[in-house]
Design a protein around this ligand. Structure first.
Ligand code: F0G
Length: 438
């Protein structure tokens, strides 16, 4: 017996892929990423069958269990992910990042309460592990031999690591010269074939979709266009809200790049509400880098027809250097559902916020810090109340982008919070001179 009772298992036969645009349904047992109409697909979970079968108590009762699935902050919520058997699941486990509350950062952001859920504390250092454990499990169920993604570095690291766990071949298409060194190093080390594309992330994304469409390569695509990735990423919120005792904050802030997480968060919140696990919806606050902000521009245009246009992206937060986000339509729905906000912050504000998060002993990569920078800017502008309770998502680990740290702290003139390394001769006098000077 898997997870729940026989009734749930029987009803799960109705899990299927549904087009978000035209409502057409497709079976789960074939690789498919788009509807015949071109729309993106969602995994439709059988919420009617699950209602009354799952509860906060069911999930809370699994905390502390030795079952590997319960130890994963993804598979602990398995009833909402599909009907995989324990043997099928490819898990490390993942989804065990801390939920931080630091008074200095709350004050810095200017809000009433601030929690930071650290998804950089996943096995490969980013939230991508949550999507990848489900995506790779589905890849194995489909009998895929080769999996692929385009990536600004974190997806490729997660793809490579989970493919290695599952025993599959991995292909990672990355924009040449635009990926942080540590992410390339991970992807290479975990054994993926790294294909550097002369072009930006968006070019690599277009290319990998062409590769996945060509039947002769037999490649299963594991970018967030793949709806199973988003099923895994839903659990960021399941897990964070469970950590908050199922109390819903006023707002949930996250960085937006390819918009997979934004889409996943909208779906997660809708499911939790429909199942009665939460009693209200928080506002989603999506923060984009000012140089890579097509979603924010569309939001400012009221998501009217023609308000969305791809841009040539530029930001030092390389993880979100994305100008043509694949999940735009489903992310738009998530904003509409939650009365959400989409905003932008400049690179300087991102790096200042990152320095604050780092100096609090928490740390994150630049893209993650957009979250805090965005919240601070929205409070200052009066768009978020100063007494708001906010959950922020830190998406990647500090060590993902060491170059950004070294450049920031070594800059002249020194930016806020600069802490450059010092160099001295190996003498006590030199130490004394240095400490006296301080
Ligand atoms: N933060 C980090 C650390 C990321 O790596 C990404 C995306 C995002 C935020 C944006 O999330 O795409 O769901 O809006 N990184 C992808 C990659 C594109 O290839 O690693 P999104």
């Amino acid at each position: 017996m898997r997870g729940g009772g026989a009734m749930v298992t029987a009803e799960r036969a109705t899990v299927r892929l549904v087009c978000a645009e035209c409502g057409a349904g497709y079976p789960l047992d074939q690789p498919r990423y788009r509807c015949d109409c071109g729309g993106l697909l969602d995994v439709r979970q059988p919420l009617d069958a699950l209602r009354g079968q799952i509860s906060r108590e069911l999930f809370d009762g699994r905390l502390g269990s030795r079952d590997r699935r319960d130890q994963s902050g993804v598979w602990r919520f398995r009833e909402l992910l599909g009907d995989y058997t324990p043997e099928e699941i490819v898990t490390k486990p993942e989804g065990r990042g801390n939920l931080y509350e630091d008074e200095r950062l709350t004050a810095w952001a200017g809000v009433g309460r601030l929690w930071l859920k650290h998804e950089g504390e996943n096995p490969t250092g980013s939230f991508k592990d949550r999507g990848m454990t489900v995506g790779m499990t589905q890849a194995r169920r489909l009998g895929a031999r080769t999996v692929a993604c385009a990536s600004s570095g974190n997806t490729s690291a997660a793809l490579a690591a989970y493919a290695a766990t599952a025993g599959l071949t991995a292909l990672a298409f990355v924009p040449e010269g635009k990926v942080a060194l540590a992410k390339i190093a991970q992807t290479v080390a975990y054994g993926a074939r790294v294909i550097q594309v002369r072009g930006d992330f968006d070019a690599a994304m277009r290319l990998v979709q062409e590769v996945a469409r060509a039947p002769e390569y037999g490649v299963y695509l594991l970018n967030s266009i793949n709806p199973f990735r988003l099923e895994g990423q839903k659990t960021i919120l399941f897990d964070a809200l469970q950590g908050l005792g199922w109390c819903v904050p006023d707002a949930i802030a996250l960085p937006g790049g390819n918009l997979g997480n934004t889409a996943a968060f909208g779906k997660a919140l809708a499911e939790l509400r429909d199942l009665g696990l939460i009693d209200r919806l928080p506002r989603l606050v999506v923060v984009q880098a000012a140089g890579a902000a097509p979603f924010a521009r569309a939001f400012a245009g009221g998501f009217a027809a023609g308000s969305f246009a791809a841009v040539r992206a530029e930001t030092l937060a390389t993880a979100i250097r994305i100008g043509d986000p694949v999940s735009y339509p489903r992310a738009r729905r998530a904003i509409a559902l939650t009365g959400g906000i989409v905003t932008t912050v400049g690179d300087e504000a991102i790096m200042r916020a990152k320095a604050a998060i780092d100096a609090a002993g928490i740390g994150c990569e630049p893209a993650s810090a957009a979250t805090l920078a965005g919240v601070r800017a929205l409070v200052a502008a009066g768009a978020l109340p100063a007494d708001a309770a906010v959950l922020g998502i830190l998406t990647g680990h500090l060590l993902k982008d060491g170059e950004a740290v070294v450049v920031y702290h070594g800059a002249t003139p020194p930016p806020p919070g600069a802490n450059p390394p010092l160099t001295i001769d190996p003498t006590l006098d030199a130490v004394k001179a240095l400490l006296d000077a301080r």
